[in-house]
Every structure is written in C-alpha cells, then in structure tokens.
Design a protein around this ligand. Structure first.
Ligand code: DX5
Ligand code: ZN
Length: 219
C-alpha cells in the first residue's frame, strides 16, 4: 500500500491543530511538515516550537522536510520537538553527511532530498545511510506548483537501487502531486506521496487519500 503524507503547508495555519486532526481522521499515514528558513529557500514557515505545540495532538509520524541551510545546527531541536524523521537537502550549505548521521544518532529516521535541477547521482553517497529518499518534483519553496515530469526518471533510479540494496527504503515524492501524477510516481517506484494543495483543496480528503493508498502493483 502506498503511504500518503499530506503537507501541512496547505493547511489553515490559524487552526493548525484542528487541521492536523483532520488529516489524521482522513487516513493520512504521515504528517509532512515543511520547514523553510528564508535562506535556503525564499519562504519562511514554521520551526521547532510550532512542531512541538502540535505534537501531542496526533499519533501520526511527523515527516519533517528541512529546507534550511546548514541543517546540522538544528536537527536536535527538531528531534526534541517530536520529529520522527527528518529530510535534508544535498544542496544546502554545511556538512550534509554529518546532518544525516546526527539525525540517526538522535533516534530519528534520516532522509535525503534534492531539487529538480540537481542530478540524481548526488544521492549516491547517502543512499546506504538513509531510511527515506524524498524526490522533489517541484523546486522547493512553495506549494501549488506544477509537477515536473522529468523527475519520474529519478524515481526509477532510486527504485532500482532500493530493489538491489534496501527494499525497505521509503521513496517519497513532493510537489505537484495529485491523483494522476501520484499514480505515475507510484508506477515508477515511489512508496510515499506528499501533497499539499490537491489534498487540502479536494472536496473529500478521506476518499482521495483512500484512492491514493490503493495505488501500487495491483491498480
Ligand atoms: C514545497 C514543499 C511541499 C509543498 C507541496 O517546497 O516541500 O511539501 O507543500 O505542495 P503542493 O502539493 O501544493 O505542490
Ligand atoms: Zn515538502
């Protein structure tokens, strides 16, 4: 079964706690939390204090996508706040391998991600150290952008590596994911669909999530 991780970036921030409960009731597997620092990306979103505040409201794993420079500086704060997994960008400043190692040392699952223009081979040195690979299917920074078709090849590349070396590796996609693009990503080998706009705008989030979860070899 495919996992669905609604991105809270598209939630109503004035009611973040209720929105978290809403996605959990709708059947979400993980809550995808987008952290932006105004440096690695132009946008600024939430930090550890907000994540800590909503942590007690849900049992879902918190999938924290760190769009920040030099992430090793902050991973302990996000672990303290209740992150279950943290994903860092290969393109960010600082020692990204050290950040990946520290995330694991803190008892969290480690993820690695890269933006559409970055070659997929930049994943290579991290693949045997991470639990999650997040394939950005838009440029990180904003919700509501269109899916970048060329990223499908990256999913196939990571799927092939995972089949040969670590079948349990989670392969997530993020950006412009909807009913159609999500299906194509799963066909290419993705195991997790992170999506903001399409889920939060749907009339019936629960049925949308239920449909996506059925994506896989049989559908
Ligand atoms: C973008 C974020 C995404 C974003 C996806 O930088 O990483 O998680 O919320 O939003 P949609 O699904 O609207 O493209
Ligand atoms: Zn994200």
């Amino acid at each position: 079964m495919t996992k669905v991780a609604p991105s809270m970036l598209s939630a109503d921030f004035s009611r973040l706690g209720e929105e978290l409960t809403r996605i959990e009731k709708a059947g979400a597997d993980w809550a995808h939390l987008d952290v932006m620092d105004g440096m690695f990306v132009p946008n600024i979103t939430i930090g550890p204090s907000v994540i800590k505040a909503i942590r007690p409201l849900s049992k879902m794993p918190f999938d924290v996508h760190l769009m920040i420079e030099d992430p090793v500086r902050y991973v302990h704060n996000f672990a303290d706040a209740g992150a279950d997994m943290m994903t860092v960008h290969t393109e960010a400043n600082g020692d990204i391998m050290a950040a990946v190692d520290k995330i694991g040392d803190l008892g969290c699952k480690a993820g690695i991600t890269l933006n559409p223009p970055t070659p997929v081979t930049d994943f290579d040195k991290y693949l045997d150290k991470v639990d999650l690979v997040l394939i950005m299917t838009v440029q990180a920074g904003f919700g509501g952008q269109s899916f970048r078709e060329e990223c499908i090849e990256k999913i196939k590349y990571v799927r092939k590596w995972a089949d040969e070396h670590n079948p349990k590796l989670e392969i997530s996609v993020d950006g412009g994911i909807n009913r159609e693009t999500g299906k194509r990503c799963v066909d290419a080998g993705a195991t997790v669909l992170a999506a903001g706009s399409s889920l939060f705008r749907s009339n019936d989030m629960a049925s949308e999530i239920a449909l996506w979860k059925k994506y896989g070899p049989t559908l």
